[in-house]
Write a protein that binds this ligand. Structure first.
Ligand SMILES: NC(=O)c1ccc[n+]([C@@H]2O[C@H](COP(=O)([O-])OP(=O)(O)OC[C@H]3O[C@@H](n4cnc5c(N)ncnc54)[C@H](O)[C@@H]3O)[C@@H](O)[C@H]2O)c1
Length: 322
């Protein structure tokens, strides 16, 4: 199948591109640079297109010229960047996503998979968030993603587009660059694995729901492959790590592998403000489990930490690490 992955050279996108190639798909990536970045080692097997989601014609050309049959739309400005530049975020995350939906409609694409976020839940959401929890985001990023979830549902009912989407919690894995609210989950493991100190920017008791990056990729393939009539909820929470550990519990698991890990706590007041608003501790993904059989492979802290350290130590360059 000819598959377009917007954001395909990014953190989750690169893993998805590798998985799609292994399945025998023809993969085209779309992003703001022609540098293959995280997929440099497989760049000869992929078509890397330079383009801006905010320019509809660039999106349309990519879909038309490569006779795309399925889109995974991962391209986005993440939370920190969106909040720092809400105007650009609107163009990329909202207008850009509308451009992708329009390309799918105009070129009769059979399917479009979108990636949303736990950040669409915030105000008043409580500690347990299900697919039925009212979404009242508190950020530019979450607001844009929520609008696009609603827009996708409209395209599904109004135009018959086979739109389906996943909301990720914090995706834990090696090589993340941006300091987002829950990024401490990844860096708490990565920095010690690289022999570096880590100043954790949340309190020891903070819980930021997460899932392993390999499971994030698997969930995208699973939702794409699910029979159309199994997709009822349409926009789905997916989780992995249950129960959500505190930062301290994560630290203790890392210490089982790296006893001398240099981890200290220097909570960032701005980030702790976020946790005072968004109190989610349990990201309930029952609908994904019931409707299309979602089940994480890495469901416990020990499995994630062990595999993460192994990845960092055996193949750091794959993740852009020294
Ligand atoms: N990483 C997480 O913890 C997390 C959590 C929830 C949701 N998500 C979602 O998953 C998707 C992938 O995120 P990621 O973690 O791989 O982030 P990432 O920043 O590594 O990837 C985003 C990609 O979008 C591309 N992009 C940015 N602006 C663009 C533009 N104007 N035109 C075209 N491409 C553009 C970037 O170049 C990058 O490759 C995103 O939609 C994100 O919102 C991620």
């Amino acid at each position: 199948m000819r598959v377009l992955v917007t954001g395909g050279t990014g953190y989750i996108g690169a893993g998805l591109v590798r998985a799609l190639l292994e399945r025998g798909d023809d993969v085209v990536t779309f992003g703001p640079t022609s540098d293959p970045g995280r997929i440099a080692d497989i760049a000869n097997d992929v078509t890397v297109i330079r383009g801006n989601l905010a320019y509809s014609s660039e999106v349309f050309n990519a879909v038309k010229d490569h006779r795309i049959e399925r889109i995974f739309h991962l391209g986005s400005m993440l939370s920190t960047l969106s909040n720092a530049n809400p105007w650009a975020s609107f163009q990329v995350n909202v207008v850009g996503t509308m451009n992708v939906f329009e390309a799918a409609r105009l070129f009769d694409l059979p399917q479009l998979v979108f990636t949303s976020t736990i950040g669409t839940f915030a105000l008043g959401a409580g500690t347990v968030v299900t697919d039925h929890t009212i979404q009242r985001p508190a950020t530019m990023y979450g607001s844009g993603k929520l609008y696009c979830e609603c827009l996708g549902r409209f395209y599904r009912t109004h135009f018959g587009l086979d739109y389906r989407a996943i909301r990720f919690p914090s995706v834990i894995g090696p090589g993340t660059k941006l300091r987002t609210v829950a990024q401490y989950n990844s860096w708490m493991i990565e920095r010690p694995a690289l022999g570096k100190p880590f100043d954790c920017f949340v309190t020891e008791g903070t819980k930021g729901p997460g899932m392993y990056f390999k499971d994030a990729v698997r969930s995208l393939l699973m939702i794409a492959d699910a029979p159309r009539d199994s997709i009822v909820m349409v926009n789905y929470n997916v989780g992995g790590l249950v129960p959500t550990p505190t930062a301290k519990e994560l630290e203790m698991e890392v210490r089982k592998h790296i006893p001398g890990a240099a981890i200290t706590y220097v909570p960032d007041p701005a980030i702790m403000d976020y946790y005072a608003t968004a109190k989610t501790e349990t990201f309930d993904d029952s609908c994904a489990r019931e409707e299309w059989g979602w089940l994480p492979e890495y469901g416990s802290l020990d499995e994630i930490v062990a595999d993460f350290i192994h990845e960092v130590r055996t193949d750091p360059s794959r993740y852009g690490l020294p």
